[in-house]
Ligand binder design. Structure first.
Ligand SMILES: Nc1ncnc2c1ncn2[C@@H]1O[C@H](COP(=O)(O)OP(=O)(O)O)[C@@H](O)[C@H]1O
Ligand SMILES: O=C(O)C1=C[C@@H](OP(=O)(O)O)[C@@H](O)[C@H](O)C1
Ligand SMILES: [Mg+2]
Length: 320
């Protein structure tokens, strides 16, 4: 039973303050959102055979407030909506879902939450229509890691040694859109950049032929894009220490080789550590990892080449 602490919105309290006067749902996406939310509350309450009175008693919200919420009139606070969800035994996220889920969705979600990594990989293969089993694409290698990890440097060397095509995803996005990465970020923002990145990656994944792909440091931020990368390329995470990332990017900037987007303050190290910590579980989904810390380019290039050759089996190297 949910607690009933906190104020109970009274029967005479106005609750529809955020709904624009005179706006119809069709031309007001916020009004439409509230209408859909209200419809979901009403449906889930009906499925549970709960009267408004019962829901009011268990949630602590007034019946009038619930009626307004269900009618798409009430811009309910997140805490009150949480109480409604708890009282009905539904998940808050199901009330707020951006798209309608299929009826099997709650069951699949529970199964996925309990599944191990192999079961999830198998489920993805089945659901995406890909053939089960297999080790993934052979002559397709992608490099991931934070800025300054060595993706561009080592990617170019690897491609040269293998006789494969080298592609920089950032450059591909710039070419396709006729704008620099900095311009895309400045004009359209990160969300658009991630969308363009996904499109560019999709086209590269379909382009035939052996390829080494150097990605942008943030490719792991969009799950669908990152999943496409992992399933289309043998993906290697290039690791370094936070201090090295900063040092390498600053050195490149000093030589005029790269625009520095690395923060230049005393907070730089803390920021980079924070980004690394939050991305590490994602980067760690790569099939292999190479630690570049305290090592030369020649050393890590040698290790990367050896890793790719052993992934391929022998005899794939051209001109070796
Ligand atoms: N062991 C190493 N492996 C890769 N790069 C290294 C290594 N040590 C130093 N570097 C330097 O770090 C920089 C990496 O930059 P870059 O390849 O542009 O990284 P990214 O593309 O991942 O942002 C280069 O200037 C490279 O010379
Ligand atoms: O977050 C990203 O995706 C990007 C990281 C940087 O790439 P590198 O990691 O290759 O330096 C930079 O080019 C660009 O801002 C895009
Ligand atoms: Mg790069």
């Amino acid at each position: 039973m949910p607690s009933r602490t906190g104020s109970r919105p009274g029967a005479d309290e106005p609750v529809g303050a955020a709904t624009a006067a005179g706006a119809t749902e069709a031309d007001d996406p916020e009004a439409e959102f509230l209408a859909v939310l209200g419809q979901r509350v009403r449906t889930m309450r009906a499925v549970r055979a709960m009267s408004r009175k019962m829901l009011s008693q268990t949630s602590g919200l007034s019946e009038r407030y619930i009626a307004q919420l269900e009618g798409g009139q009430g811009n309910v606070s997140i805490i009150l909506l949480r109480r409604v969800a708890l009282a009905m035994g539904v998940r808050l996220e199901d009330l707020l879902a951006a798209v309608e889920s299929p009826p099997d969705w709650p069951v699949l979600r529970d199964l996925l939450q309990k599944a191990n990594a192999d079961q999830i990989a198998e489920a993805k293969r089945v659901l995406s229509g890909a053939a089960a089993g297999g080790e993934g694409p052979a002559q397709r290698v992608a490099l991931i890691g934070l800025r300054g990890a060595g993706k561009s440097t080592l990617g170019r060397i690897l491609a040269e040694r293998m006789g494969w095509t080298f592609v920089e995803l950032n450059r591909e996005i710039e070419r396709e859109n006729g704008l620099s990465v900095a311009e895309i970020f400045a004009i359209y923002g990160q969300e658009t950049y991630r969308r363009l990145e996904q499109g560019a990656l999709r086209r590269l994944a379909e382009r035939p032929g052996p390829m080494v792909l150097a990605t942008g440091g943030g490719i792991v931020a969009e799950p669908v894009t990152f999943d496409l990368l992992l399933s289309s390329f043998f993906t290697v995470w290039l690791k370094a220490r936070p201090e090295e990332h900063i040092h390498r990017v600053r050195e490149q900037a000093a030589k005029g080789l790269a625009p520095t987007r690395m923060p230049d303050s005393d907070n730089a190290l803390r920021e980079i550590r924070g980004i690394l910590v939050s991305r590490e579980p994602l980067y760690a989904r790569a099939r292999a990892v190479i630690d570049t810390a305290d090592r030369t380019v020649a050393e890590t290039a040698g290790e990367l080449t050896g890793l790719v050759e052993s992934h391929l089996g022998t005899g794939h190297r051209r001109g070796a």
